[in-house]
Design a protein around this ligand. Sequence first.
Ligand code: TRP
Length: 452
Amino acid sequence: MPKNRCFQGIWASPWVFIFAATGSAVGLGNLWKFPYMMGENGGGAFLFVYILCLLLVGLPVLIAEVALGRTVRSNPIDTVNDLSERHIIAKGWVALPWLAGLVGFLIFSFYSVIAGWCLSYFKRAITGEFDAINLPKSQFIFDEMLAKPEEMAIWNSVFLALVILAVGQSVTRGLAKLVKLLLPVLIILLITLSFYSLQVGDVAQTIDFLFGWKWSDITFDVVLAAVGHAFFSLSIGMGAMFAYGAYMSKHMSIARACSIVVGLDLLVALLAGLIIFPLVFAYDLNVASGPSLTFVSLPIVFGAIQGGQLLGGLFFTLMIIAALTSAISMLELFVAWLHERFAMDRFKAAIISTTAAWFLGLAVILSFNDWSDFKILGMTLFELLDSLTSLVMLPISAIVLTLLVAWFIPQNVWQKELITRNAKHFSWWYVTLKYISLPAMLLIAVTGWLGA
Ligand code: TRP
């Protein structure tokens, strides 16, 4: 066992892990990224591949990450150090947690910019700016926001301040309570909005978009995008779930907890799609318009319905909280490490990491306006960070993690860790991880990169 330096506690009950992990998984990835990725990658074809990726790759790798965390009960960096000091694995594996931490940091820096957009939209919603707006006006509001770097930087800073306040708390206490409250309200609100959207939106075209696809729509790009998004949405590959697994009680079935997390994550993404697509078709918006999709389509609904000001305000509040519970988990690896290793105050650790992210965030913000002509590999800085993390770094770190768990750490470690009630589930997981998830990830990643 690693020396438990400043051990941070264990979740009070099994459900607390589920809430915290769901809080990490459900975020902007579901409400903002999933709809636009589906729009850009052929609708139903993407959804089909995405669900397969969740089941065959996402869930097994998620279980692996959580199990690794629970076995060692420490933060990822020290864990890998410990395993290598005890000669269970070679020293070189230490690169894994550092890669994971770096991805977390990069994602965090652009994620908080988008969360800043949500704050700005919250203000607009409650001040009635969306009242009776049409498509050109909605597009105008979005473009206008993007054109003002100072304003985006302010909202980004507000979000980062919220993150510091939240991360400073002990994760095992406050976070779960927040998610427990958030999740049911979020799901109920999403269902309500989707009813509305199905009433006023173009249902026929939405159905066609979801089900009218051909096998030839499934290209390698689509598959790579789907795997990348499965990692992003389940928060796999950067030590977040690892850290949460470290706080998990031994009495709980990891497989069951993770299946619930995957189910809830998919549910929220599907509901977001059901709200957005009917509107997109009804208003003739371009489904493949990218990151602006959620922000341009939703205000039109809020502007049109009774009580839209309030519902809009509530929706963006939930989006902000969902982003917050995800953002916290991105920093958890570094914060836990600084705290456990150097006995640094969590609050101080949070300030250091967010300040660094603020600077990178500033460059991301400028990439939407003043620096939009500055391109690397044909992409703006925001596009580059988004693709680099989801399509390259998260897959690599998930592949390395899976190699470690499936091939380098002896099977009996996992047998002990995972068998709580059902031995059949164990073999199902182990065989899938070893012979399906890993080869699939390798194949998809290598083919996708070669094709890019
Ligand atoms: N899963 C979150 C979302 O869908 C984003 C996120 C949180 C994340 N933690 C992560 C992504 C760790 C990758 C890795 O919004």
